[in-house]
Design a protein around this ligand. Sequence first.
Ligand code: NDP
Length: 390
Amino acid sequence: MQYVTLLGATGSIGRSTLDVLSQHPDHYRVFALTAHQRIEALVPLCAQYRPVFVVVATDYQAEWLRNQGVDCSILVGSDGLCQVAGDARTDVVMAAIVGAAGLAPTLAAIRAGKKVLLANKEALVMAGALFMADVQRYGATLLPVDSEHNALFQCLPQPGDSLDVQGVERLVLTASGGPFRLTPHADLANVTPEQAVRHPRWSMGPKISVDSATLMNKGLELIEACWLFRATEDQVEICIHPQSIIHSMVQYRDGSTLAQMGCPDMRTPIAVALAWPERIRSGVPSLDLLQCGPLEFSAPDYERFPCLDLARQAMRAGGTAPAILNAANEIAVAAFLQNETSFLQIPVIISQTLAQVAGSSADSLEAVLDADDRARSYALRLLSVCRVNH
Ligand code: NDP
């Protein structure tokens, strides 16, 4: 029996994870569930999964849950998240909080030597060097849940070894292209949050859906791939593949290309990571190649989607530049979702923040959090100037 802590239980990945766990009640038990705003969703989850702990954001929410008859231990805030992530009774931690808020608890799980299933790509983007050093130092097992990285993981013989030793020339991340793949640049100025979150292939939370629409999601994934597989930025190629059947590919120096394919459903990578190195049922049917139609591939349009290049620049710059990129993106996307800025302003805010906020080496958590903080303040100032000029 493996005990699972689910950070971000009320989100899209959280719900898919619970779906997979409930198919294997003899192998997995829920140890802890965490939520931030949607605490009403925790009430039925507590009744169904009987966790030892739940973690919420405020004392008020904790009190509300107790009044609903939730009788497990209730913890509050970031300390509570870190406590359940590192608890000696937890075997597996699913890191599925969105954004920088996931960094501290994910690091806590790593520093407790857990098996960490990583969906929260922003944590790795912010603090990649520190993160990977701590995986080694504390003997944690890090398994990628992001479908592209999970695909690469499945296509690599020794994912921990250098690409050169494995004979790899290139990693190819596929991208659906998002809802605006064919939208002319002029029309992008007026797209709404509702249009941006309507992803053609995947059902996901609002932040990653907007990231998919700007292609920043692929930029963050590029940085994620560099850290996970010890690749340089120029070893990672992006390929638009609107059908989302091939989840990514590895190209070897002998001319072989290995691809991982499947229906676009996050329960597959979740099940792969959860059971690795074994295979378990996920509830996802096998791909029916006769039904999936032609598969198309094209190069990304770096001009219409400048976020991709901004991510490449940040990875090349190194140090805290990816943390600055991530922070500016989180601020810009949140503002867009609130109708406070336009879709085309998102890359402008990120680019100006990257240009103006000084980077440094990212050798401590303090340095990363300081860069994150300065970048957020700068991006917020930019947003208020934009609003005044609007
Ligand atoms: P959702 O927005 O659906 O869920 C996010 C989860 O994080 C929710 O449980 C939310 O709680 C919680 N949360 C939000 N803010 C905080 C905070 N400040 N402190 C603590 N918890 C918080 O996102 P997704 O499930 O779509 O994505 C989660 C992560 O997985 C992201 O990093 C994303 O990039 C990554 N990912 C997602 C994929 C997908 O298919 N959805 C695919 C690949 C990666 P509440 O809902 O209660 O407010």
